[in-house]
Design a protein around this ligand. Structure first.
Ligand SMILES: Cc1ncc(COP(=O)(O)O)c(C=O)c1O
Length: 414
């Protein structure tokens, strides 16, 4: 195995396994933290990406759940063009009307009370972790801890990688940030046990584990976590960085269970490609941060907020929550039917447009073969084909994804 390929496999364990392609003989001045594909896109339109030679690819990954409204979305494009010619940035030393508007819209959608804006999912989770720790200190707990899940992914900063329940993400970066207790996902008893510890002040959870392999917990899992947190006065932090902004057929995936977390984190699709993250809170969690305790130079600047406001408008106006639910059902049924004859396909699962196809073996090669068939996909947790197509795809494009991905899976298994 070449050095480049083994690096790709190593770093993807996290798992941004966007590529079992390799960068052989390529010399760049970029740090070697990504195993990038050779392929390069020069423009996008809706669900399609194009190379400089106008080769067309159907994007069933949306830049890892980011470009949910498709590439070069006209409404988002118009909003950020206008804003770029008006005002990009002022800092959070001053009031920013667009940020306040976005906070109103998002908190209303999420059932939260206030918002802190930053630039990525990891930063949104950092804010949530700081809120939980400070909440602990207000209760007189000197070393507060947070329960997080095995198989989770919360980011690559030191605190969020420590929160992440995947030893491959930790490797080489020890000592980790202390104060995280990892327990099994989708097991309510282990959380109940962990919360017996009086220093546990919060539970942090993805409603569906994305990087962990599109793992959908049992119905009522979040409701049970809510109940446990209520009993123990612990904060329930729901990481909606991947699952939020309509991807699963609700604005936020916890809304399928009709509960309210104390803290919600969002990023990725919130800006459709313009970097923005948000940490939303309610109740006691909304009172924790005071002036000087947290901040971000760029967070919530007018440019990013104009993009996010346009995203919220388009999702509402084009009924994309309904569309995501409908397409999600189509994908599950179509893949289940297509792949039913193969015992090597262990499960087709998902919610809305977060779809996973679990095989009985590592299948990173499928990224390359699907791409050769003109469809961009991803493999998570080594053996789960992950599809995160844009919410704006047409019926025909959805059918094409099913046909081409199934054909590649058949070829791979034969
Ligand atoms: C659930 C979840 N949380 C947090 C993150 C980190 O987000 P970012 O890469 O924007 O820092 C990710 C990224 O994949 C994610 O899937």
């Amino acid at each position: 195995m070449s050095k480049a390929v083994s690096l790709v496999l190593d770093i993807s364990a996290g798992s941004c396994l966007w590529d079992v392609f390799k960068m052989e003989n390529e010399v760049t001045t970029l740090m070697a933290n990504y195993g990038r594909a050779e392929i390069q896109f020069s423009r996008g339109e809706g669900a399609y990406l194009y190379t400089a030679d106008e080769e067309q690819y159907l994007d069933a990954l949306s830049g890892i759940a980011v470009c949910s409204l498709g590439h070069a979305n006209p409404e988002v494009g118009a909003a950020i063009s206008k804003q770029a010619m008006t005002l990009l940035h002022t800092s959070n030393l001053y009031r920013i009307k667009l940020q306040e508007n976005l906070s109103d819209r998002l908190t209303n959608i999420a059932g939260m009370e206030n918002a802190f804006f930053c630039n990525s999912g990891a930063e949104a989770n950092e804010a949530a972790i700081k809120i939980a720790r400070k909440y602990g200190h207000t209760k007189g707990i000197a070393c507060p801890s947070i329960v997080t899940m095995n198989g989770s992914f919360h980011g690559r900063t030191m605190a969020t990688l420590s929160a992440t329940g995947n030893s491959k993400v930790h490797e080489g970066f020890e000592p980790l940030v202390s104060g995280f207790k990892h327990v099994n996902y989708n097991d309510i008893e282990v959380v109940a046990d962990a919360l017996q510890d009086s220093e546990c002040v919060a539970v942090m959870v993805e409603p569906i584990q994305g990087e962990g392999g599109v793992v959908v917990p049992n119905d009522n899992y979040l409701r049970d976590l809510r109940r446990l947190c209520d009993v123990k006065d612990a904060l329930l932090i729901v990481d909606e960085v991947q699952s939020g902004i309509g991807r699963t057929g609700e604005w936020f995936a916890y809304q399928h269970e009709d509960i309210l977390p104390d803290v919600v984190t969002s990023a990725k699709a919130l800006g459709n490609g313009v970097p923005i993250g948000a940490c939303l809170a309610r109740g006691i969690a909304a009172t924790i941060l005071s002036p000087g305790t947290h901040g971000s130079t760029f967070g919530g600047n007018p440019l990013a907020c104009s993009a996010a406001l346009a995203v919220l408008d388009v999702v509402s106006e084009e009924n994309l929550l309904d569309r995501s639910r409908l397409l999600g059902k189509f994908f599950l049924t179509a893949f289940q039917k297509k792949l039913a004859s193969r015992d090597e396909v262990l499960e087709v699962r998902g919610k809305g447009l977060m779809v996973g196809i679990e095989l009985d073996r590592p299948c990173g090669e499928l990224v390359k073969s699907c791409s050769a068939n003109g469809v961009l996909i991803n493999v998570a947790a080594q053996n789960v084909v992950r599809l995160l197509p844009p919410l704006i795809i047409s019926d025909d494009q959805a059918t094409e994804i099913v046909e081409k991905v199934s054909a590649s899976i058949f070829d791979f298994l034969d």
